[in-house]
Design a protein around this ligand. Structure first.
Ligand code: KIV
Ligand code: ZN
Length: 537
């Protein structure tokens, strides 16, 4: 039997944008719509045209500019809404009008309390069904692709829901959406609802049932998946799960569940999963909604392993703790995060990747220093590792240069200026230099460079506070390079200018030691070659 294709209906630009504070500009929405098209979604709900001129314009522009997916506009079961949606979508290549009305008794008795909708609940039910039919009929005059949603279907009496659904199908609805508007349903209940409505109606070929689940109980993705197992073939979802209140089912989670658990669902989607992270970042930037680090699929920690046992397992075989590959969802993060819980295997593997060879005699001490650092610092990055190794391996290095004195002056009316006195230990020579710079640290580093007079590039300079308060300790890390290998220096002090100078000197000493090593290797090689050449003659 052929594997069924699930229609991915993205409502980031409509339900997603309804999230308080998530409003996006029209150009941002257009950019997201293009990205959603590349991502492979089947339907883009671009907005709610009647609700504001900006919404109308966003839907209009997306319908005319974005090719590929069906472009959909939302409309209440009202003439003005449907006409506005029809006008906004006019001229679009593939368009859909999505009309909705609430069907649960809770909504009927409060939102439709006015007597013009009927005096009793029974009368209101009849009236609402008629409004739904009229809305679908009118929408069909604009497009052949009409979706009807029974708002709050999750809390609607099933027999009445079947009546409304049948009536709207008969009026020409091609997609029937059964939203769990309040995120109230538990997965088996939602699956049961979908199954019962499909069974309870005469469903012509081509009519598709849809899920639309909110995350108030954290069940939106689970409920959507249960819905498709019960026969729905469209899932409504949003990037990063943004949406009303606790949000909607997250597109990236739904798509990856269907893909990773292929044999379980026997379903597919058209989602190009390697674009998921990129899309998530775009939506996060434009909506201003930060993605939590532990967010499934697109969170920055989603493929990071910190516990030693996990790191060890993943390094032996990814399958031990990974059910999908980071690159399959477009994540490029360092999968092994070094921190307090990391083990030796993770540490030495990373050092190896950084090209830092550690002999077995050094390993215990390096690991010991690493664990001490990890107690102070949440995450250990590559620069920290360079520093750590450098600090240890440099213990036996005689310094080539030492900073005997320095001074920095700053003011509002002149450029920062620094002076240094540096001893060239090997030549027993003291050099004094002065330099100006863009800031005190820049001036200081320039003065040191003049005094040392050897070329290199400054690759990285970071400063962080390692204690609290105005007199906090500042830890400075510096990374310099000769074009190939990097040399790190680190120092801490309550005086960050002093710490910067010492960190820079440490890095320069490390580089000088490397140069000296290279020169002696060169010297030995040249000597061997000369001796060899002499022997042949
Ligand atoms: O949650 C909901 O019921 C909706 C409808 C408009 C489909 O967003
Ligand atoms: Zn919704």
């Amino acid at each position: 039997m052929a594997t069924d294709r699930i229609i991915i209906f993205d409502t980031t630009l409509r339900d997603g944008e309804q999230a308080p504070g998530a409003a996006m500009t029209i150009p941002e929405k257009i950019q997201i719509a293009h990205q959603l098209s590349k991502l492979g979604v089947d339907v883009i709900e671009a907005g709610f045209p009647v609700s504001s001129p900006a919404q109308f314009e966003a839907v209009r522009r997306i319908a005319s500019e974005v090719k590929g997916p069906i472009i959909c506009g939302l409309a209440r079961a009202k003439k003005a809404d449907i006409e506005a949606a029809g006008a906004a979508l006019e001229g679009g290549e593939k368009t859909r009008i999505h009309t909705f009305i609430a069907t649960s008794d809770i909504h009927l008795s409060s939102k439709f309390a006015d007597e013009r909708y009927g005096k009793t609940l029974a009368e209101k039910r009849v009236q609402i069904k008629e409004m739904a039919v009229e809305a679908v009929t009118l929408a069909r005059t604009f497009t052949d692709d009409v979706e009807f949603s029974a708002e709050d279907a999750g809390r609607t009496d099933t027999d009445y829901l079947c009546e409304v659904v049948q009536a709207t199908i008969d009026a020409g609805a091609t997609t029937i959406n059964l939203p769990d508007t309040t995120g109230y349903c538990i997965s088996d209940e939602y699956a049961d609802l979908i199954g019962r409505v499909i069974k309870g109606c005469k469903v012509p070929k081509g009519v598709v049932f849809s899920t639309h689940c909110h995350d108030d109980l954290g069940l939106a993705v689970a409920n959507s998946l249960s819905g498709v197992q019960a026969g729905a073939r469209q899932i409504e979802c949003t990037i990063n799960g943004i949406g009303e209140r606790a949000g909607n089912a997250a597109l990236e989670e739904v798509a990856m569940a269907i893909s990773v658990r292929g044999p379980h669902f026997d379903l597919t989607t058209g989602i190009q999963s390697e674009l998921l992270t990129q899309t998530s970042k775009m939506v996060s930037t434009f909506s201003g909604f930060v993605v939590q680090p532990n967010k499934a699929i697109v969170g920055k920690n989603a493929f990071s392993h910190e516990a030693g046992i996990h790191q060890d397992g993943v390094l032996k075989s990814r399958e031990t703790y990974e059910i999908m590959r980071a690159e399959d969802v477009g994540q490029t993060t360092q999968s092994i995060r070094l921190g307090r819980h990391s083990g030796r295997h993770g540490l030495f593997n990373r050092l190896n990747k950084l090209g830092v060879a550690i002999n077995s005699a050094e390993k215990d001490r390096i690991y010991d220093e690493f664990t001490q650092l990890a107690d102070r610092k949440k995450e250990i990055n590559d620069l920290d590792l360079y520093n750590l190794v450098h600090n240890y391996t440099n213990v036996n290095n005689d310094a080539h240069y030492s900073l005997e004195d320095f001074g920095v002056t700053v003011g509002t009316s002149k450029h920062p200026e620094a002076s240094v006195r540096i001893r060239h230990v090997r030549h027993d020579q003291v050099v004094e230099k002065v330099a100006t710079g863009d800031g005190p640290i820049d001036a200081l580093f320039r003065a040191i460079d003049h005094a040392i007079n050897e070329g290199h590039d400054l690759i990285n300079y970071t400063i962080r506070s390692i204690s609290e308060g105005a007199d906090a300790f500042g830890e400075v890390s510096v990374l310099i390079s000769l074009g190939g290998p990097c040399f790190a220096g680190k120092a801490s002090s309550t005086d960050v200018v002093h710490a910067s100078a010492e960190a820079y000197m440490n890095a320069l000493n490390s580089l000088a030691a490397h140069r000296a090593d290279q020169e002696s290797i060169q010297f030995v090689n040249t000597g061997i070659m000369q001796a060899f050449d002499g022997g042949v003659e």
